[in-house]
Design a protein around this ligand. Structure first.
Ligand SMILES: [Zn+2]
Length: 151
């Protein structure tokens, strides 16, 4: 059984791959019943699409392709805490759990960008019941950001 830390480590690899593709360093994946069902990298720059965050692409896919039972059992793993746009989509899709590497606020301290409202707060304000866990890999996830955005 792959652990939360191993799945988040893979999302950090996806974030590195996003940079190799010419994008900003964010990656995410979906696990249902212990199996990785789909991975995504950020493509905001190469798609010229401000909404091409990996978590939003995965939430759209999940809402379309997974059954309600699969959604409830689904975990979204993300290298960085999903932003409010993506967290809202996670809520709308009905994804049951979110686990992330580094907090959005920690990234915001480095870049000054983004919308650093905690995913937990977005879910709670929406009266959602998704579990939100993190940060669980701050050092590894921030290393990718520091090499991209500058420490
Ligand atoms: Zn996002």
């Amino acid at each position: 059984m792959t652990t939360d830390h191993e799945h988040v480590a893979r999302t950090i690899e996806l974030a590195e791959e996003a940079v190799e593709d010419g994008n900003t360093p964010f990656g995410a994946l979906l696990v249902v019943d212990g199996e990785v069902r789909r991975e995504a990298r950020n493509t905001t720059l190469t798609d010229d699409d401000v909404s091409a965050h990996p978590e939003l692409k995965l939430a759209r896919w999940a809402g379309s392709e997974l059954s309600p039972e699969e959604l409830a059992d689904c975990t979204m793993y993300a290298s960085t805490e999903p932003c409010p746009m993506c967290t809202a989509a996670i809520h709308y899709a009905g994804i049951g759990r979110v686990v992330f590497g580094v907090a959005g606020e920690t990234l915001h301290e480095l870049t000054g960008g983004g919308v650093p409202i905690p995913a937990e707060e977005v879910i709670r304000r929406a009266d959602g019941d998704a579990d939100v866990e993190g940060p669980i890999a701050t050092e590894a996830a921030m290393a990718v950001h520091e090499s991209f955005f500058g420490a």
